[in-house]
Write a protein that binds this ligand. Structure first.
Ligand code: ADP
Length: 272
């Protein structure tokens, strides 16, 4: 599903003394199958933008088109999987099966949820037989986040939208979630992520959007983004990626081990 935002603006508490213009005049197109990372400081409008794309907030100005058509609400939400920050904080069911089955029952009442739950758990690298009866409240950080992801994937959406999917996870948890996101991407599905974890998510990014004060200040293919000298968004890994691109080596095709070798040996990398 292609998504186009045209001149979209959203204010919280409009027409009151608390009015806050959170996103302003956004023009953005997201192609089917693309992985888009939305970067920006806290308060720059990333979460608001995600919720507009997911049709959870309706902009006061502008329109959002899905495959060229202006749709809203339920019709859109059925095609989108959306996870807020720390989605596992919303766990409520007595076991993992029921937790993941919830959205399916909601969107497709009357269907047997089991094959769908199994498929969604498979996608995030979890086994229904092993984990289905566990209480979601006893899971590790990485397991909990993946169960939460499975619960937004269970109705087989076309687009996955995630707000800070790696926040508050340890290294192992981040690796597990990244692996699940790579799988999702490998199916040619669309992925839209607001994040501060550029280094972790760089390997799966196709395009980077930078939000500043409610506006898009940069919208670039990931390779052109890396080649720019953006002081506030250079991280150790992005510097390594940029250096490799300058040397005509494609970092996106490199294994993690080769990247580490490059970081350790720099100039001599190719000789090793
Ligand atoms: P980010 O995700 O980049 O941190 P947000 O979209 O959450 O940014 O916030 C954008 C702006 O909107 C901020 O100034 C924030 O304080 C404000 N904002 C966010 N949510 C609300 C809300 N529910 N009520 C009022 N203002 C809000």
């Amino acid at each position: 599903m292609r998504i186009d935002l045209i001149d979209v603006s959203y204010a919280y508490h409009p027409g009151t003394p608390l009015e806050k213009l959170a996103v302003r005049g956004i023009n953005l197109s997201i192609e089917e199958g693309e992985t888009l990372l939305i970067l920006g400081k806290t308060g720059s409008g990333k979460s608001t933008l995600l919720q507009i794309i997911a049709s959870l907030l309706e902009p006061q100005d502008g329109i959002v088109l899905y495959d060229g058509v202006h749709k809203r609400g339920y019709e859109v939400r059925r095609k989108i999987g959306f996870a807020f920050q720390m989605p596992e904080d919303q766990f409520f069911a007595e076991n993992v099966f029921e937790e993941v089955a919830f959205a399916l029952r909601n969107f497709f009442p009357g269907r047997d949820p089991k094959p769908f739950v199994k498929k969604a758990l498979d996608l995030v690298g979890l086994d229904l037989e092993r984990i289905g009866n566990r209480s979601p409240f006893t899971l590790s950080g990485g397991e909990g986040r993946r169960v939460a992801l499975a619960s937004v994937l269970v109705h087989d959406p076309e687009v996955l939208i995630l707000d800070e999917p790696l926040v508050m996870l340890d290294k192992k948890g981040k690796e597990m979630v990244l692996k699940a996101l790579k799988r999702w991407k490998s199916f040619g599905r669309t992925l839209i992520i607001a994040t501060h974890d550029l280094d972790w998510l760089l390997p799966i990014a196709d395009r980077i959007v930078l939000m500043e004060n409610g506006k898009i200040s940069l919208n670039e293919d990931v390779r052109s983004f890396l080649m720019q000298d953006l002081k506030s968004f250079t991280t150790s890994k992005s510097k390594v990626y940029a250096e490799l691109l300058r040397r005509n080596i494609d970092p996106f095709e490199m294994s993690y081990d080769d990247l580490v070798k490059y970081v350790c040996w720099g100039e001599d990398f190719e000789a090793r």
